[in-house]
Design a protein around this ligand. Structure first.
Ligand SMILES: [Fe+2]
Ligand SMILES: [Fe+2]
Length: 198
């Protein structure tokens, strides 16, 4: 609600559900067990709760809030640390993947690029974040565990956003995904309109 008022792209339950499911699918594809998958799902559902306090530093605020909530549950301390640390490290401005839970969370979150994340508004009011998301007409995250590869395939309408604008917004996120993929012993690739660009 707060981010809606400030005009940010969608960080609602639709986003957190997609992130939780994508992180779980990713870990499942790479052969991780139910215990790790469960932690990634919890981290996915909770990762953006810090936005309720502030968009800036929302990852750290979110980790503190998640810790307060999770310490009231029967979750083991070690599991709680994995979740809280993944939430604290999911933002590209300073975060970094350090284990499979944080790696899966980062890849699932940073690859959620889609037209439906743009809040309904007059296109004349679109900022570059709106344009970059609005330009993406199809997104597919492919996992090839045998080839140790994770590939994000985007279809971008270049009449709406140029490749320069896309990379201006997403280069740091794609670099973060690349590092996260290595934690999963995989390579991260990006294809835009059928062309491999990363
Ligand atoms: Fe976030
Ligand atoms: Fe997010």
């Amino acid at each position: 609600m707060i981010l809606d008022a400030l005009g940010y792209t969608d960080h609602s339950p639709a986003h957190t559900k997609l992130v939780a499911e994508r992180a779980a699918d990713l870990l499942d594809s790479f052969g991780f067990g139910e215990d790790v998958i469960r932690l990634a799902k919890i981290a996915g559902f909770m990762h953006d709760i810090g936005n309720a306090i502030s968009r800036h530093h929302h990852a750290e605020y979110g980790a503190l809030l998640a810790n307060e909530i999770l310490k009231e549950t029967d979750l083991a301390l070690q599991d709680r640390v994995h979740i809280v640390s993944a939430i604290a490290n999911h933002d590209e401005s300073y975060g970094v993947a350090s284990d499979p839970v944080s790696a899966a969370l980062i890849i699932a979150d940073k690859t959620d690029v889609r037209r439906s994340r743009v809040r309904p508004k007059d296109p004349i009011l679109f900022d570059v974040h709106d344009r970059v998301n609005y330009a993406v007409t199809a997104t597919e995250l492919g996992c090839a565990p045998q080839e140790k590869r994770i590939t994000l395939c985007l279809t971008i309408d270049e009449r709406i956003c140029t490749m320069y604008e896309y990379f201006d917004i997403f280069l740091a996120r794609m670099t973060m995904c690349s590092h996260a993929a290595r934690i999963l012993d995989a390579q991260f690739s990006l294809k835009v309109n059928g062309q491999k660009v990363l």
